[in-house]
Design a protein around this ligand. Sequence first.
Ligand code: NAP
Length: 287
Amino acid sequence: MSATVIDGKAVAAEVRGRVRAEVEGLSPRLGRPPGLATVLVGDDPASAIYVRRKREACEEAGIRSIHHEPAAEIPEQELLELVAELNEADEVDGILVQLPLPEGIGSEKVVAAISPNKDVDGLTPTSAGLLARGEPGLVPCTPRGVMELLRSADVDPAGKEAVIVGRSNLVGRPLFSLLLGAHATVTVCHSRTRDLAEVCRRAEILVAAAGRPRLIGAEMIRPGATVIDVGTNRTDEGLVGDVDFEPAREVAGAITPVPGGVGPMTIAMLLANTVQAARGVLELRPA
Ligand code: NAP
């Protein structure tokens, strides 16, 4: 039987609708719309497209977009000062520094300078530490999107065997903490994993985030498993995931396509994180 295809576009639209409704409720209480500051350094065309999409999504959700576009030659110190200003700015609830940064600027240093309360990408060491400890904080958008997709497909991770392929700070590691927090038994694979196929076949929830086109074949999937494909690989045949979709859908119980699966969730969860950060402002305000 062919797997249910999880429609990331539809789930993302639902999340964006929820965010819009929440923004309507929040704005009068804040006395302003929630605000997301985007910082695009230099003129990398791919980064420019990503940032434009994020800004458009903000406007559509009623979130104010505050944009900074310093030149690629900006000294690291000046960029750190810009981040410090945004940390202090009352109208800014979330700060997103688009990565990668040009050579010569230390991405880790710049990201670490973002106030954890405004860290809507969830990439600061503080946010990562809170997540690893199972404490509340802002969570990276793509892993949060994966959890939302599981929820939408009525897949409760509790007690299940979950396998993640990939251990990056952006996807694999935060997802490990989220799935563990949701009471799954989690295994994380990487390039040194000895028998990837065997480990993957254990998974009731399999998340592929390796950035290797069609790494996961149908023979690596446990019948009936939920398969979430985070991979986005540009090939001669266009955009493909880490999962060999057509054969895999004959074995899996539910599966995300590429494109149209995890991709649309990332921006939706950025908006959700911005609203979460704005709610935090109200919680900190004296009654
Ligand atoms: P990354 O930093 O390159 O990490 C890739 C991970 O996969 C590493 O941990 C690596 O292991 C592991 N890996 C690579 N080849 C492997 C193999 N043959 N077998 C087992 N593990 C292997 O990538 P990332 O930033 O996490 O992104 C992963 C993919 O997700 C990329 O395709 C990226 O474009 C996509 N992505 C999509 C979205 C979205 O919105 N849809 C968002 C973020 C990322 P080692 O640690 O041992 O090197």
